[in-house]
Structures are given as C-alpha cells and as structure tokens.
Design a protein around this ligand. Structure first.
Ligand code: C6P
Length: 408
C-alpha cells in the first residue's frame, strides 16, 4: 500500500469540516495532528472485534488483544530502529519525560552534579528537570539561543564538564521550529560522561528518527502528534539504562512476585507499565505508523519542506510581521511562529478562526523561551502531511485581512 501524499488529505475526514462557514484550514499540527480514516477504523475494529485486557487472560480474545498491543511495540521499535524491549508505552511525551526525571535521574544524580537543558524547552522537558534538580540539590544550567533561534553550541560546549550528569533537550522546538543537531550534541555530552534525554514530540511525525544513529540514551514522543490517538506515547531507553531506572508507578502486571514486604519487578518494558494500559490507543498508534510508512519519509519530508519554504517566503513578504526562529532551510521544521506587530496573538488567532484558519496563539508552554525572545506570546502555524499550498495561501490572505481589520 503506497499512498500518494498529494491526495493524502482525502484520508482525513475532519478536513471536510466547515468552520464559521469556511473550509477548515488546520494549521495547529504541533498541538495535535488530525487522524486518518485508517486510524479511526483501527480503533473501531479493535473495540468491535478484539477488545479485552492484555497479558492477563488465557482466552482467545485476550490473546488477540495482547498480540495486537505487543505487535505495536515491535512496530514502534522498528520505526525508530530500537530493540522491542527498549520501547515503553506511556501516556505521552510529558509522562515519558517525567518518568525519566523521576525514575532515572533519582538513580544517578549525586551532590555536585549538574543537569543541562536549553532555553527553548517545552515545559514538559523543563519543569521535570527543575524538580529533579531541586530534589537532588544539583544545579540546572541552560543552553541559550543565538539570533537565529538556534542553540549556541559554543556555550553548550562551555557548559559541559565532568559535573554534567544529564543533558536534556528537544529535537525540534515547538516555537522556533529549530531542528537541533541531536547526534552532535549527544556525542558532546557522552564525551563528558553525561546521559542524554531527547524530547522528540515535534520530530517524530515529520522526519525519520533513528535511535542507533542518534545514540541518545532516552527519547520521548506522543502518539497524537504522529496522526495517532491521544493517551498513548513512547519512551525509548537503552536497555542497560532501563534496567537501572526505577518504575514510577506501581501496581498490576509489572511484577514477578509480590510478598508482604517486598516485590520483585519484571524486566523492562513490563516493569514500567503498571495497571491497564491504553490498549486501543496503542493499536491506533500502530495504524498511524503504518499510514506514515505507506506514504514514506522521502515524500513527507519533501512535501513539508516545500510547504514551509513557501509559507516562510509568503509570510516574510507581509509587512509588519515578525518571524521567529531560523530561516527556511534544513534547520527549520514544519512550523512558523510569528507576531503581527501591534496586534495581540490571541486577537490574530481569533480573527483567523473566523476565516476557518486554526492556529495556536500564546506562550506555547515555553515561557522561558518567550522571556528570551522578549515577548509574552506569539502566533504559530504548524504543518502536517495533509496541508497544501491552498492552506498557506488562505493563512496569508487571512493575515492580510487581519491587518486591515486592526488597521496596522
Ligand atoms: N506541545 C504545542 O502546541 P504531550 O502534551 O505530552 O503530548 O506533549 C508535550 C510536549 C513536549 N515537548 C514538546 C516539544 C511539545 O511541543 C509538546 C507539546 C504542544 O506545542 C502542546 S503544549
């Protein structure tokens, strides 16, 4: 099943919606992506034909559900080039990162250590490290950005030292669109003996990620940002580090033996997956990955690159519009954040909505980055594989109308 990206939008029923009488121009893919019919069908099929709890039952239906769920674990492993037992299912990126900051950091941090994160982190990869640093009484240090919205790698090199125990950073900024050089930054951290945690929330649906190539120690992403359901996410961890890492939640199905005072846990990944997991959501995630594979990374990457380049050029031509982050090119992913000078981003987003254009406005859960940029909020248009040139044109036309409306 090879699918043609040019007609992919026909696979997403919600894109036929009319919003305020206008066709939906959905440009909030960084918040969550829409779901193709194949994912919706997989969820329905699971509930209509296979629904049972997993790992517990010996009856046929339970075995079918277990096979489906574990099959998706294998699929995810192949998708990111990892071993199957290095893939843990979670609720999403936020849960994945919290689990590392709680269950792993607590095992390795000692007095005098330092954690390095970056000023462009989403709160989900910032607050857990603040908390971990406070609990362990260690320093939290920040890599800054340069004028282009890229990480200052010289300053990063200066920050790294024998004290650095953990480095955590995002693969792609959800505000600047910057694609960080994960492989290079990981190597630099490993050279001083630090562990590397990568937030892949804004990367996985847009280009191929390969754990063997990146060599990071942990990598987190969300199903709902890769055309899958909400409520399911992934934490990848190197096998030996997952052995070292403690579970954060305790309960059914993650144990070998429970006695009155002590418990023997199963190995990873089971030891992290306490209680009934989001089984249907995992099945939906599997369908989403299959959908992406049917289109193929070369087509997705080329399409999104072309679209973001066009959008960048058209937006840059609108007078009074400030764009944040790197120029269009290989270090920018499929999103563009901007401000229309003199108009609050919430007002921009509200007027765009009257034209059916859905964008996000606000601080994007990245307040330290907003402070570094010297703004309190921005507007963001973020693209997915089903967006096309007509969406870009509608966004730009709606922005011009917004300017006229506010007379700026
Ligand atoms: N960013 C956005 O509109 P969850 O909510 O756990 O699926 O993902 C959290 C998260 C972590 N890291 C990055 C880089 C992210 O962009 C996000 C989610 C959304 O930008 C919602 S705030």
């Amino acid at each position: 099943m090879v699918k043609n990206i040019a007609i992919a939008r026909n696979d997403f029923p919600i894109l036929n919606e009319k919003i305020n009488g206008e066709p939906l121009t959905y440009l909030d893919n960084a918040a969550t992506t829409q779901k193709p019919q194949a994912v919706i069908d997989a969820l329905t099929h699971y509930y209509e034909h296979d629904n049972a709890n997993i790992h517990r039952g010996v009856y046929t239906l339970a075995e079918r559900a277990t096979e489906g769920y574990e099959g998706v674990r294998q699929h995810v492993a192949k998708f990111i080039h990892a071993a199957t037992d290095e893939v843990i299912f979670t609720r999403g990126t936020t849960t994945s990162l919290n689990w590392v900051a709680l269950g792993f950091a607590s095992q390795v941090l000692q007095a005098g250590d330092e954690i390095i994160i970056t000023v462009m982190e989403h709160h989900s990869n910032l607050v857990p490290w603040q908390q971990a640093a406070q609990r362990a009484g260690v320093k939290l240090r920040y890599v800054e950005i340069n004028e282009q919205g890229e990480l200052d790698l010289a300053q990063y090199a200066d920050l790294l030292s024998a004290k650095t125990k953990i480095v955590a950073f995002t693969h792609v900024s959800n505000v600047l669109g910057t694609i960080n050089p994960v492989k290079q930054m990981t190597k630099m951290a490993h050279d001083v003996g630090a562990y590397v945690v990568v937030d892949g929330a804004q990367a996985v649906g847009h280009f191929k990620v390969d754990m063997q190539d990146l060599d990071c120690d942990f990598y987190a992403f969300s199903g709902h940002k890769v055309y899958g359901p909400t409520g399911i996410g992934v934490l990848y961890g190197k096998r030996e580090l997952l052995t070292l890492m403690n579970p954060v939640e305790f309960g059914g199905e993650m144990i070998n033996l429970v006695q009155r005072q002590i418990t023997d846990f199963k190995p990873a990944p089971e030891k992290f997956e306490a209680g009934t997991m989001p089984i249907a959501q995992a099945i939906g995630l599997g369908a989403a990955l299959a959908y992406i594979e049917a289109i193929g990374w070369p087509a997705i990457e080329a399409h999104e690159q072309e679209l973001v380049n066009a959008a960048y050029a058209q937006l840059a031509a609108i007078e009074g519009l400030t764009i944040y982050g790197p120029p269009a090119g290989p270090t920018r992913s499929a999103l563009i954040t901007f401000n229309l000078n003199g108009v609050h981003p919430h007002d921009v987003a509200t007027v765009l909505d009257t034209q059916g254009v859905a964008v996000r406005a606000g601080h994007h859960c990245a307040q330290p980055l907003m402070q570094a940029l010297g703004v309190s909020a921005t507007t963001r248009a973020s693209f997915g594989l089903y967006n096309n040139q007509a969406d870009v044109d509608r966004l730009c036309a709606a922005l011009v109308e917004t300017k006229e409306f506010f007379q700026v």
